[in-house]
Design a protein around this ligand. Structure first.
Ligand code: ATP
Length: 237
């Protein structure tokens, strides 16, 4: 098991528990999605994996090691995270942003090759290579954010709502890229509100319901057998 979240609870300050006993696993090479409505706790669970919010209780293990301790490094373990707000440096150029993704690596030649591969994957980044990243459209920035995350050669790629607010043609482009990445063997945990599309491309999905609980998990066909999930989603996967 590459990622193993067991009975995780996360609380913001003294307010409600955003995640309440969620368990989730991702095996190497899988594309797993986490779907569910606003406020279900999906983003919080990704942040907990990254150590951006502390666990109240439960455990998160990456490749067998607990992620909570000070000695755990997401960079050293090559966990890449694209937050919902993308984290692009708007004052830097597209090229500078992209290169930053590989800054923790020592294999400079391989980094240069990977940059080239990402420019082939997302040609718009080559077109706007020298342009300030703040001038890109939302969809272009999302492609930049994903490409930059891939430059770490991630063992696990965490994506938070990569298609939110984007034009349908760009949504297609992003989902196509995810399918190709999965074929390349990249392990992905995808948070997505577009349940239909997420179920289509994923090996397995977890359905989360507020407050912070996993309602069901499995392949689309397996989820379709769970009445509570079908009720919640409003369709049979
Ligand atoms: P969305 O798609 O809207 O991001 P989500 O399923 O990812 O939904 P979270 O963002 O994880 O849900 O939010 C889960 C709960 O935690 C919500 O009730 C939300 O209001 C609360 N929450 C999220 N971030 C914070 C924060 N920084 N401080 C306090 N409460 C928060």
């Amino acid at each position: 098991m590459l990622l193993d979240i067991d009975n995780a609870y996360v609380q913001y300050g003294t307010s409600v528990m955003a995640v309440q006993g969620a368990s989730l696993t991702v095996r190497e090479g899988e594309l797993v999605s986490l779907i569910g409505q606003n406020g279900a706790g999906k983003s919080t669970l990704l942040k907990a994996v990254m150590g951006l919010v502390p666990l109240h209780s439960g455990t998160i293990r990456f490749d067998g090691s607990p992620t909570g301790g000070r000695s755990f490094s997401t960079v050293r373990n090559r966990i890449s995270y694209v937050p919902e707000e993308r984290g692009i440096f708007t004052k830097l150029t597209v090229g500078e942003n992209l290169r930053l993704g590989g800054v923790a690596r020592k294999d400079r030649k391989a980094v240069a090759e990977d940059v080239e591969r990402e420019l082939e994957r997302f040609p718009v980044l080559r077109k706007y290579w020298g342009r300030g990243a703040g001038l890109l459209s939302g969809g272009e920035q999302q492609q930049l954010a994903i490409a930059r995350a891939l430059l770490l050669r991630p063992r696990l790629l965490l994506l938070d709502e990569p298609t939110l607010g984007l034009a349908p043609i760009i949504v297609d482009l992003i989902f196509d890229a995810l399918v190709r990445l999965r074929e390349e063997g990249v392990t992905i945990l995808l948070v997505e509100q577009n349940a239909v599309r997420a179920l289509e491309v994923s090996d397995r999905s977890y359905v989360m319901q507020a407050p912070g609980r996993v309602l069901g998990c499995g392949t689309a066909a397996e989820l379709g057998e769970l009445p509570a999930v079908v009720d919640y989603l409003g369709f049979v996967p």
